[in-house]
Design a protein around this ligand. Structure first.
Ligand SMILES: [Zn+2]
Length: 222
């Protein structure tokens, strides 16, 4: 004789799942437009912290929703799959490759007026460089001991040339944790001017040590 065994059955509240899926979709669109427009970079550190948490939560929700083992949880299988494919292609969903460090933006300034002043190349068709994107594993050392050092002969020649031309610079923007790929993506987006909080009037010059301490704390709290 065989005893009847009640297998646990998952009860799925489809209305709640649809609502959850909608929130994830709207949040994902918000994150995508922040990335696409670069507006996320102009947000205060405290707000960026919440944006990063939202990213993490959306990523988890999407992974859970589209996992092959849980097809019943997908609010709409095709929509979830499309969202999953979209999410997997986003920079923040890529596995970290290479070392983690700091992406930073330097803004060239006039030492007398403190105003933004681009470095102009020689000749009539000379290149104009107003900013410098960099990546480093040690933010304070990179800024204070390398970029600020007029005798520095390692990578970052553009900054040395700017100092030699009588300009100075401010640390305008920092991201952490970030790989070298993030620096490439930001550079490829062009127009650092558009992303510079100092030029946009949305932020003040950053102190490397204070910025590093704050971002390490934020990253550690997640
Ligand atoms: Zn600037």
């Amino acid at each position: 004789m065989t005893a009847a065994v009640d297998l646990p059955t998952a009860t799925v509240d489809t209305a709640a799942l649809r609502a959850r899926g909608r929130v994830v979709e709207v949040a994902a669109n918000l994150l995508a437009s922040l990335d696409y427009t670069g507006a996320g970079g102009g947000l205060p550190v405290a707000v960026r912290m919440h944006v990063d948490r939202l990213r993490h939560a959306v990523k988890l929700a999407i992974l859970t929703t589209t996992a092959p083992a849980l097809p019943a949880l997908a609010p709409s299988p095709t929509g979830a799959a499309a969202l999953g494919r979209w999410a997997a292609a986003q920079p923040w969903a890529q596995p970290n490759s290479g070392p983690v460090g700091w992406v930073y933006l330097l803004c060239f300034r006039d030492p007398t007026t403190g105003e933004h002043r681009p470095l102009k190349g020689n000749g009539t068709g000379g290149q104009v460089a107003g900013h410098y994107w960099g990546w480093t594993s040690d933010l304070v050392r990179r800024i204070e001991r390398e970029h600020r050092n007029p005798y520095w002969s390692g990578p970052g020649r553009l900054v040395k040339v700017a100092l030699g031309a009588g300009l100075t610079f401010e640390l305008a923007y920092v991201e952490y944790p970030a790989g070298r790929g993030r620096e490439r993506r930001l550079k490829n987006q062009g127009s650092a001017y558009r992303r510079c909080p100092l030029c946009r009037g949305t932020g003040n010059p950053l102190d490397p040590a204070a910025a590093a301490a704050t971002l390490l704390q934020v990253a550690g709290a997640q």
